[in-house]
Design a protein around this ligand. Structure first.
Ligand code: PEP
Ligand code: MG
Length: 624
């Protein structure tokens, strides 16, 4: 690449900063597109450096080819007259981008493993006809003919050359972006436009060369966690081909139908949304694909089912259970109709009652708390009716630059003010979460290394500043301080002692502070009696507990531990029974309706989850 050979001119300065991919989904197409568009606003030479590769930060394709995943670091480098200002502005922009991605991730649906015994038990309990089960993209229940996607290919020769087709496609995407600016889809149009504007594509002059380029990019992404991006490349290729007169369009009926297809391109989903479609079943897609995101944003009930499907003139798609029945009995049709009415009533009622107390069928009050990451998500939690904060993931508040004591104190104080019940977790850095200003040695197995409470030993100054800020912000207000990744009582005792020492040294109040631990490490299960004597409360982090129980990394691209495994529920029951202190659940499991029911059966009365799920879970609990 040309800019690699750029000569560093003496009047120019070079500044760089290390940034970290904190979004669990890695650096994928849409954030890259936003970032690239931001870099283009600056005249300086901006580059990105990762694993001995330096790429132009103004090239979306070059960044995409780095396939940066969660936890990866890269160096952002700016060369120019006044590079520092640009560097800081871009670092801030990147931090906000990662925050936004994280929030989207937290409300994302968990993909149930297709062999999940719990899902199939529930499904057979509802319907008796033969059915296929898959992963839910967007919930909803519909009854309609099941129709196979077919394409109409047309070849009209026109006089456009490749470059003209390219520029017209860019203009079209720009118009679509402007039109949909307020919706979730806008970022996809912008991403596709940015892909086409990339220098590498702009330099292509023939359709043949463009096709080779697309093929190579798709191949380079294969078997990486970015495989789902192939649909985006195919989509921009389709757009150019259409401009050149070679169009392929989905043929769809005029009356309501459920469409099944191997996969759909994002543009096809957009077209489909204007048709009579009521449901979609995809075979090869992924929950993270843009087609899936669009289906969700258009609220089209949809699932991914890997099995072979045949067309039928009457079928049930119960996307709330992830079930497709292509030949339903008349009883099952009646059941589906009842469930449709029930769902409408539940959603309506959930919204009306989101600020009310949640009393279950046995008359017990259940606290439905929020998992939050910053002030913005704290406000969102409030708006969704959260009964408090069960988990403030403090490591996500400042992601680029090390905050000062004052900055930290201010944010914590602003968040604490919003709630009566608040649990703040001290920095849970390590594993898949890195912060650029906390230098950590490279580890072969970061999930088994320096993480969570272990930072009290490895990075005492960072933790001490955080504790001081938390105590200053609480100023006597009742708060819960929670330590993550605790594996022995000694770790807890030491962390609490450090906190008390800081309080004494700076004359800060701790009378209203309760100290607790996350239960995420299996060793805690066998030391619960010892912990009962020393902690004030527990919160079970089932995300990590599941990964350590099954030895399956939570971010693994192909292995998935079953989030509804009986083994996990046995452990949760054991913990609930043996604990003598308040105990709550803050892993993603708390927001899966089937799981929350089982948790309440065990006896849990406090669940913490992503804010978007709160109204519905509250209503599910009330209805038993
Ligand atoms: C958990 O492990 O379940 C948890 C809530 O913590 P995090 O997802 O932040 O690791
Ligand atoms: Mg955890």
């Amino acid at each position: 690449m040309n800019f690699l050979n750029n000569i560093f001119r003496p009047s120019q300065q070079k500044h760089s900063i290390i940034l970290c991919i904190t979004s669990p989904r890695g650096l994928h197409l849409r954030p890259i597109a936003s970032f690239v568009n931001e870099t283009k606003k600056y005249s300086e030479e901006i580059s990105l450096y990762n694993k001995d590769q330096r790429v132009d930060a103004k090239s979306i394709n070059a960044i995409l080819a780095l396939t940066l995943v969660a936890g990866d670091r890269f160096e952002l480098c700016v060369i120019g007259q006044e590079p520092q200002k640009t560097l800081y502005a871009l670092a801030d922009f990147f931090e906000e981008l990662m925050q936004a991605e994280l929030q989207k991730h937290q409300v994302a649906v968990i993909e149930p493993s297709s062999d999940s015994s719990e899902i199939s038990k529930i499904e057979t309990a509802v319907y008796s006809s033969q059915s296929l089960t898959g992963s839910i993209i967007c919930e909803g229940i519909v009854l309609a003919p099941l129709y196979r996607a077919t394409l109409k290919i047309e070849n009209r020769s026109n006089n456009l050359d490749f470059q003209e087709a390219l520029q017209q496609s860019i203009q079209e995407l720009d118009k679509l972006y402007e039109k949909h600016k307020q919706s979730a889809n806008a970022s996809i149009y912008l991403a596709h436009k940015t892909l086409l504007e990339d220098k590498e594509i702009q330099n292509i002059t023939t359709l043949e060369a463009f096709n080779i380029y697309i093929k190579e990019h798709i191949q380079s992404l294969q078997a990486t966690s970015f495989d789902a991006r192939r649909a985006d490349y195919l989509d921009i290729q389709k757009l150019i081909l259409a401009k050149l007169g070679q169009s392929s369009t989905l043929v769809v009926p005029d009356t309501p139908f459920i469409l099944f297809a191997d996969d759909l391109l994002p543009s096809e989903v957009a077209t489909l949304s204007k048709s009579a479609v009521v449901g979609v079943v995809l075979k090869k897609s992924s929950l993270l694909s843009h087609s899936a995101i669009l289906l969700k944003s258009f609220a089209i009930p949809s699932v991914i089912i890997r099995d072979t499907i045949v067309a039928s003139d009457k079928s049930i798609l119960d996307a709330s259970l992830g079930v497709l029945i292509s030949k339903p009995s008349s009883e099952d049709i009646d059941i589906a109709k009842d469930r449709i009415i029930q769902n409408q009533e539940i959603e309506h009622s959930a919204d009306l009652k989101k600020f009310d107390k949640t009393i279950n069928k046995e008359g017990k009050e259940v606290k439905v708390l929020a998992n939050i990451t910053n002030l913005e998500s704290a406000k969102e939690a409030k708006a969704q009716g959260a009964d408090g904060v069960g988990l403030l993931r403090s490591e996500f508040i400042f992601q680029t630059k090390e905050p000062t004591l004052e900055e930290q104190t201010k944010v914590y104080r602003d968040i604490f003010r919003l709630f009566d019940t608040i649990t703040i977790r001290t920095l849970d850095v390590g594993g898949d979460k890195e912060l650029p200003y906390i230098k950590m040695a490279k580890e072969a197995n970061p999930f088994l290394g320096i993480r969570g409470i272990r930072l009290f030993d490895s990075h005492p100054e960072v933790l001490q500043t955080q504790i001081k800020a938390i105590l200053r912000a609480s100023k006597g207000k009742a708060i819960n301080i929670m330590f993550p990744m605790v594996s022995t009582p000694k770790e807890f005792i030491n962390a609490k002692a450090t906190t008390l020492r800081i309080a004494q040294k700076y004359k800060l109040k701790v009378d209203n502070v309760k100290f607790g631990i996350m239960i995420e490490v299996p060793s805690v299960i066998f030391q619960i009696d010892a912990f009962n004597d020393i902690v004030d409360f527990y919160s079970i982090g089932t995300n990590d507990l599941t990964q350590y129980l099954f030895a399956i990394e939570r971010t693994h691209p192909t292995l998935h531990a079953d989030p509804l495994s009986d083994v996990l529920f046995d452990v949760l029951e054991l913990l609930y029974t043996k604990s003598t202190k308040p105990i709550s659940i803050c892993g993603e499991i708390a927001s899966i309706p089937q799981a929350s029911k089982r948790l309440l059966e065990i006896g849990f009365t406090s669940l913490s989850m992503a804010s978007a799920q709160i109204p519905l879970i509250k209503e599910t609990i009330r209805n038993g």
